[in-house]
Design a protein around this ligand. Structure first.
Ligand code: HEC
Ligand code: HEC
Ligand code: HEC
Ligand code: HEC
Length: 502
């Protein structure tokens, strides 16, 4: 009784505030924009340097710059040593950190061991597509060279081009200042999912600007011929949204294409890697269904004297609960924090069960191959592992999903755990058939032990990375400055954190 009364009150407050939100507060923000009389930051193309925008929009710029305060680095492989086993044979097993402020997007992309240590513009391992959600230099380049050309070649091709972190030019039109979609692959993904892109309105943009990057995608390989008749391999970002947004919908899309991101180094399973389906999982949750947008919680309206503007310090809404949750709800800050802690704890419990089950399944499959299991015996088992790991990854790879859509996350995690156990039951039978009974998997209780099982030579990886940073990265920065693409002052005071530097 007490709870339902409280919920009702909460809903009423919510409805009142939602109405408020769609009129006076936003009108305030719009007035503010009106004050500035829509200055043209750049007549043609994309202005990628955030400092240039600061000249017109100091409040938004200053609050954007505060994303630099979220600089602590959380080494997820240390925290969850199952991960290097789950990702054996794939770059993520080398280095994977929790996300930090938008300000660090370029630095983290250069520093991660996943992008390797190229020595020239044509050396690997990664394609140009790995820059795609890191910088407004990406839409700038896409306009300058064309989207097709942008997606060809190796990551190192654009080291001196993609130099400014996620900023104004990613979400705003440089000429009109309006929110805009700077990535055509999102428009194509929306169309594939049945959305009429021509009918999108301003409110939709308050989530879709985020969906340009906070979504699931894969790289589609194709051969292209450029304007000079030269043949090139393109790796194009595609959103797999044709069947819908649920984990199983996207899984069916990939299965139908027989697509896999990599072959697992231990189990030989054809694996999928989920990216960060924040948008897809969010829209199915209670706030998504009630029509909230990402900006409602992550970019609240803020006052500065008489002026009202949009807070651009995109981070945890809990750091600013008064302007986020409490604009609609009436619980206390403590109640909300406790509530979230419970949701997080529930996710952690099911997630650990699923990860332990999946890691053991990989290792037991590795043992089965070793003692002579056949491809026919392993086929079903590998499919269980592929699907189990996909559902685990899809549910948690968006770090806010435990709050955005807790029921869906727990549903997928339960399925992931079940698929892992189904694989293990079948594996016990295959192992027994080949004379192995009671097999105990090796210890993967620390990052180091798990990486050794995954066959990673961290010393070599780190040494090569440091050499790359001392040589090629310095050349990139020099060239970017000389060509007027980078202002070194914009990186002033920035620490150089990584999982391997102390
Ligand atoms: C991740 C996307 C994103 C980035 C990056 C971004 N903005 Fe915004 N911006 C928004 C959203 C969302 C709004 C709210 C628009 C609305 O509700 O109509 C907004 C609103 C604005 C407005 C309108 C006035 C106001 O405060 O509501 C201005 C001006 C603005 N941003 C400037 C900037 C500048 C300058 C930068 C770079 C320093 C920047 N933005 C970076 C998404 C972004
Ligand atoms: C151009 C791509 C891009 C856009 C647009 C974008 N993000 Fe991000 N976002 C990222 C990347 C990449 C990171 C991780 C950066 C890192 O760890 O270096 C990130 C990190 C975050 C974080 C973690 C911040 C922290 O301090 O821990 C949040 C929250 C977030 N984004 C929300 C949003 C929301 C909400 C929007 C839309 C208003 C948005 N992002 C738009 C790419 C983007
Ligand atoms: C713009 C309004 C708005 C904002 C901002 C908002 N909510 Fe909500 N919230 C709602 C609505 C609407 C519902 C659905 C109520 C219902 O259906 O009964 C809801 C439901 C909830 C619920 C109950 C459902 C569940 O998932 O357990 C919780 C808890 C909640 N919100 C927490 C938060 C927190 C924490 C924040 C800040 C990070 C927040 N809300 C921000 C409008 C809002
Ligand atoms: C109702 C409020 C609300 C809405 C709307 C919302 N989020 Fe969140 N988001 C949260 C909360 C609360 C967290 C957890 C913050 C924490 O753990 O400190 C979170 C966490 C995140 C994180 C993880 C941040 C990190 O550092 O781990 C990302 C990324 C994110 N949200 C992106 C989005 C995107 C993209 C959208 C829109 C598709 C969105 N959010 C819509 C409330 C919201």
């Amino acid at each position: 009784m007490k709870t339902s009364k409280k919920l009702l009150r909460c809903t009423l407050v919510t409805i009142a505030s939602l109405t408020l939100l769609s009129s006076p507060i936003h009108a305030g923000a719009a007035d503010q924009k009106g004050d500035i009389k829509n200055p043209v930051v750049k007549e043609k193309g994309v202005e990628a340097k955030n400092e240039e925008w600061a000249k017109h929009y100091p409040r938004q710029y200053n609050s954007w710059k505060e994303t630099s305060k979220s600089e602590s680095l959380d080494d997820m492989l240390k925290k969850k040593p199952q991960l290097p086993v789950l990702w054996a044979g794939y770059g993520f097993a080398k280095d994977y950190n929790a996300p930090r402020g938008h300000f660090y997007a370029i630095q983290d992309n250069v520093n991660t061991l996943r992008t390797g240590a190229p020595v020239s513009p044509i050396t690997g391992p990664m394609p140009t597509a790995c820059w795609t959600c890191k910088s407004p230099d990406v839409p700038r380049l896409m306009q300058e060279v064309g989207e097709k050309e942008y997606f060809t070649g190796k990551w190192a091709k654009y080291g001196s081009e993609v130099v400014n972190p996620i900023g104004c030019g990613d979400c705003h039109d440089s000429k009109t200042g309006e929110l805009t979609l700077t990535r055509d692959y999102l428009k194509r993904g929306l169309e594939a999912s049945g959305v009429d892109v021509a009918k999108l309105n301003k409110d939709d943009m308050r989530s879709l600007v985020c969906a340009q990057c906070h979504s699931e995608y894969y790289f589609k390989k194709s051969e292209e011929t450029d304007s000079k008749g030269e043949k090139k391999v393109a790796m194009t970002v595609i959103f797999p949204w044709d069947n819908g947004f649920k984990g199983e919908d996207v899984e069916a899309y990939y299965d139908a294409l027989n697509f896999s991101d990599w072959t697992h180094a231990i189990s030989k399973a054809p694996m999928l890697k989920a990216q960060h389906p924040d948008y897809e999982v969010f829209v199915g949750g209670v706030h998504g269904r009630r029509g909230l947008s990402c900006a409602d919680c992550h970019m609240p309206t803020k006052k500065d004297g008489d002026a009202v503007f949009t807070e651009h310090k995109v981070g945890s809404p809990l750091d600013n609960i008064e302007n986020t949750c409490l604009t609609c709800h009436s619980e206390s800050e403590k109640e909300f924090k406790d509530h979230l802690a419970i949701k997080l704890q529930r996710k952690e419990e099911l997630m650990d069960l699923a990860m332990n089950g999946l890691a053991r399944a990989h290792l037991e499959a590795g043992k089965a191959w070793e003692v002579g299991a056949t491809a026919e015996e392993m086929k079903d088992i590998l499919q269980d592992i592929r699907h189990g790991q996909w559902r685990w990854d899809y549910s948690i790879a968006g770090h806010g999903a435990f709050f955005h859509n807790p029921e869906e996350v727990l549903r997928l995690l339960a399925q992931a755990g079940d698929k892992a156990q189904q694989a293990r039951v079948k594996l016990a039978a295959v192992l027994a058939k080949h004379g192995v009974i009671g097999y105990q998997v090796p210890d993967f209780s620390t990052k180091e032990k798990a990486q050794a099982l995954a066959g990673i030579n961290m010393e070599k990886e780190v040494a090569e990375k440091l050499a790359f940073k001392a040589a090629l990265v310095q050349e990139w920065n020099k060239e970017a400055v000389a060509k007027g693409r980078l202002n070194m002052d914009s990186r002033k005071g920035m620490s150089d954190r990584s999982s391997y530097s102390k």
